[in-house]
Structure formats: structure tokens, C-alpha cells
Design a binder for this molecule. Structure first.
Ligand code: AHG
Ligand code: MN
Ligand code: MN
Length: 329
């Protein structure tokens, strides 16, 4: 089956797909293409480590806390090392923001791109063989190449992303990304060591019946959130919550649904991080025809003040997100 937008069939290797897109832009230097390849390669390495985690005692805590004060897992640290190494060696990135590093990593090179990354999302699920992921967001630097990276280079709104996506290490491993020209998914074939186009020009159903939220926190939620949850129940929706944002998001992208991590008494700004969780998925969902909101405004319009800033998130099928927003009006 050929996709009229891209002219490449299901089963096309990721490399070929990336090259085809690059060829469509005569002035493209190939650096963004290479950056995507670097991320895909680091994803292969992390995939291998995720798969053997139970075998070589990689699961479990190493006893240190990350800057969020949360328990840091061995695979969190490993995935961070793998991605930072791949991005540093590649030379296309000039700075990296990671969930696992308090400060921005300035690579002091001539790279054009800033990367924000959650190297391992869903770390509470590592020990129990449940799907986890990696989330990435890519910006072009604003200051001239060769000068020191500035705060303005890094603190750009999601609407300035040039590419974003995620890897889901699940029953199969899939890389889903957008460069602002639709969303495509590539399933990893470990026997061949290659990703192949499996989900062309992905579109999220406009409607759906799945709602995904940690409902144990209802006492902490505000009235509009609880009213919306009552609405979901009365509408015979079904609840699905894995506790790995990437996995919950991916399911809803395919089937139609809404994922919510709202502000609460415990997390007044929500729990998820704007720069390396919310923005990337917001770009993907908008490109797939869905919506990402804070409950009252577009996620991608927020200009970050801090690289680790949090943000309430309502993301998924357009009509479901709009319905949730209507409880705030
Ligand atoms: P991370 O593992 O990168 O810290 O992210 C965990 C996030 C997200 O993946 C998930 O949806 C959410 O935390 C779950 O939070 P609760 O346990 O509060 O539901
Ligand atoms: Mn995360
Ligand atoms: Mn993480």
C-alpha cells in the first residue's frame, strides 16, 4: 500500500524513509536526518537493555535520587547515558535537556539543534515487565552556531519544535515521530536490527471511549476534573491506565481516548514535565489530528521558564479533550 503523502510503502526501512524526506527539501543539510538516526540507534541500544533487564539484575533502584527527588532506576541512568552519548557523538545537537540531569548539557560544538529528552519514561514499570518508553523533542537553536548556547535557545515553546516523538518498548518496540508533516510509526525488527514503517500517516480517532488517569487521586483533584470523570463514567467510557505516559498515550493514539494528568493538591502544576514529556506528545497528537491542552490553553503555546517545569496535561482525541476543557469554562 502506497501512502499518497509520502509515496513509500509499509515495510520501508526507517533510513530510506528519512532520506526520502530529506530529498524533498533541497536545502536540507541532512543534520536533522542524522539526529533522528542517532536517536533511533540509541533506542536500539536501550531496547536491548530493557529486554535483558530481568536477566542481569538491571532492574531495581540504585538508591540515589534524581533532581525530581524521585527514585532513580538503573535503567533510567543507563538510558540517559546511552542517549547523551549518541547525541554527543553525532555532533548535530549543541545542547541536551534531560529529566535525569539538573543542568542543561552544553556540548560546546557547532551543532544546530537542542534536544529535550525523557530517556526512560514509566520507570515504576521497569521491574514488572510492563511497557516503558523514551520521549524526545527537538528545537533549532536561535543563536548563531559557534556561540555559547543561550537560555532563549533552550526555553522555546513547543510550537517551535522541528521534530518530536517517542520510542515505546512494549510487546514490540516502535518509534513514532513527526517533523511537522504528519506522524509515522516504525516497528523495530530486532532480528534484522532495523526499524520498518508499520504505521503510516497516523491519525487519532476524533472520538473514543478510553480515559486514562490515576483515579486514586480523585480527592486531590479539582472540581472540573472530578466532574469530567463523572461524565466519562456516565458515558460508559472504559478506564485504562498503565502508568507509563508513552504507553497510555500510544494506545489512545491508536484507539481514540484521552490521557489526563491534571493539577492536584499534591502536584499544583501537574506532575509531567513540559519540555521532555508534554511538548513532544503534544506535537505528535496535533500532527495526528488530536489535541493537547492544560485544561484551559494549548500546551505548545507555553513558553517555558525552567527546563524542568511541570504542566497539567489533557491529551488525545480532539472531541474528548475539548469536552474536558468545557468543564473549566
Ligand atoms: P518517569 O518514569 O519519566 O518519571 O515518568 C512517570 C510519569 C508518567 O510516565 C506516568 O504516566 C506518570 O508518571 C504516572 O504517575 P502516577 O504514578 O502519579 O500515576
Ligand atoms: Mn516520564
Ligand atoms: Mn523518565
Amino acid at each position: 500500500m502506497e501512502d499518497s503523502r509520502i509515496g513509500l510503502p509499509i515495510g520501508t526501512a526507517l533510513d530510506r524513509f528519512i532520506k526520502r524526506f530529506q530529498d524533498d527539501f533541497p536545502y536540507a543539510t541532512g543534520e536533522l536526518s542524522q539526529l533522528l538516526r542517532d536517536i533511533a540507534l540509541a533506542g536500539k541500544v536501550v531496547n536491548r537493555e530493557v529486554n535483558k533487564a530481568g536477566l542481569i539484575n538491571l532492574s531495581g533502584s540504585i538508591g540515589s535520587d534524581n533532581i525530581q527527588g524521585e527514585d532513580q532506576q538503573k535503567l533510567d541512568v543507563l538510558a540517559n547515558i546511552r542517549f547523551i552519548r549518541a547525541l554527543t557523538k553525532g555532533g548535530e545537537a549543541c545542547a541536551i535537556v534531560s529529566e535525569e540531569d539538573e543542568k542543561i548539557t552544553d556540548l560546546h560544538n557547532n551543532g544546530k539543534y537542542i534536544i529535550a529528552i525523557d530517556p526512560l519514561d514509566g520507570s515504576s514499570n521497569i521491574d514488572v515487565n510492563v511497557s516503558i518508553g523514551t520521549i524526545f523533542s527537538i528545537f533549532r537553536r536561535l543563536s548563531p552556531v559557534g556561540s555559547p548556547v543561550t537560555e532563549d535557545d533552550v526555553l522555546q515553546p513547543g510550537s517551535s519544535q522541528v521534530a518530536a516523538g517517542y520510542l515505546l518498548y512494549g510487546s514490540s518496540t516502535i518509534l513514532v515521530y513527526t517533523t511537522g508533516n504528519g506522524v509515522n510509526g516504525f516497528t523495530y525488527d530486532a532480528t534484522l536490527g532495523e526499524y520498518f514503517l508499520s504505521h503510516q500517516d497516523m491519525k487519532i480517532p476524533d472520538n473514543g471511549k478510553i480515559y486514562s488517569i490515576n483515579e486514586a487521586s480523585t480527592d486531590d483533584f479539582t472540581k472540573p476534573v472530578n466532574q469530567y470523570l463523572d461524565h466519562c463514567k456516565k458515558s460508559n467510557y472504559t478506564a485504562r491506565y498503565i502508568g507509563s505516559l508513552v504507553a497510555d498515550f500510544h494506545r489512545n493514539l491508536l484507539k481514540g481516548g484521552i490521557y489526563i494528568y491534571p493539577s492536584s493538591k499534591r502536584y499544583p502544576e501537574g506532575k509531567l514535565r513540559l519540555m521532555y514529556e508534554c511538548n513532544a506528545l503534544a506535537f505528535v497528537v496535533e500532527q495526528a489530528g488530536g489535541k493537547a491542552s492544560t485544561g484551559s490553553s494549548r500546551v505548545m503555546d507555553i513558553v517555558p521558564k525552567d527546563v524542568h517545569q511541570r504542566c497539567p496535561l489533557y491529551i488525545g482525541s480532539k472531541s474528548l479533550v475539548e469536552r474536558a476543557e468545557s468543564f473549566y469554562d
